[in-house]
Design a protein around this ligand. Structure first.
Ligand code: MG
Ligand code: ZN
Length: 221
């Protein structure tokens, strides 16, 4: 008999995937379109999310879950838009996992929610490994982070259905090679929906919102 070795990391991820599947089933049975936004710190994740809520809150019943290592600042900002928001304090952990999310969901009325916005913890490494059960995983990158990010964090770029490149209003001030960046993204995730935007000026947001609306409508119909 051969020896079979299973790493602890593998076991943890398997367990996470099972809970993620349970979350997914809950979202399906309550007709809730859940979107998991991931980004590095400072990419403007909260600003993009607030813009998204502004655009869509009259069209859909929205709610938010916000993961943060310690503070409730982002959840407070989400709640200030008038949608129900729940904070997950990860207690220092640098990502959300499916168990943390499943613990937060009973605090929301998913039967009365069409769109659930999940703001993951700012980090480009582990959120890529921990599925949550969301329908869409979206990456937000930004111009000041540099054009080499797809090359440095391939797993994150591979695992998403769409990405936004935020802060394009800063392109004139940074040495950011758009072709090099796009080439990196395309190799890792061919045909990925890509939206250059500025949450600050509003540039590019219409195309992103139109795409998101199509995705949500086809799920909710
Ligand atoms: Mg619902
Ligand atoms: Zn982590």
């Amino acid at each position: 008999m051969g020896t079979r070795t299973i790493s602890i990391v593998e076991n943890i991820l398997d367990a996470n995937d099972r809970i993620a599947q349970t979350n997914r089933e809950l979202f399906d049975s309550t007709k809730t379109f859940a979107i998991n936004f991931m980004a590095s710190p400072g990419a403007g994740k909260t600003s993009v999310i607030l813009r998204t809520v502004q655009y869509l809150k009259d069209r859909y019943r929205m709610a938010g879950v916000d993961g943060d290592v310690a503070t409730t600042i982002d959840a407070d900002r989400m709640a200030a838009t008038g949608i129900p928001a729940v904070q997950i304090n990860t207690g220092g952990t640098c990502h959300l996992d499916a168990v943390m999310l499943s613990g937060a969901l009973p605090k929301l009325n998913l039967d009365e929610t069409d769109l659930l916005i999940i703001e993951n913890v700012g980090n480009l490494i582990c959120p890529a490994s921990f599925k949550l059960g969301s329908r869409l995983d979206v990456l937000i990158a930004s111009v000041p982070e540099g054009d080499d990010k797809p090359y440095k964090y391939p797993k994150m770029y591979r695992g998403v259905q769409a990405m936004l490149l935020n802060k394009v209003d800063l392109l004139p001030y940074f040495d950011f090679d758009m072709d090099y960046f796009r080439k990196g993204v395309e190799v890792l995730n061919p045909g990925l929906s890509f939206f250059p935007v500025s949450a600050k000026t509003g540039e590019g947001l219409d195309a992103y919102i139109e795409w998101l609306t199509e995705q949500a409508d086809s799920f909710l119909k």
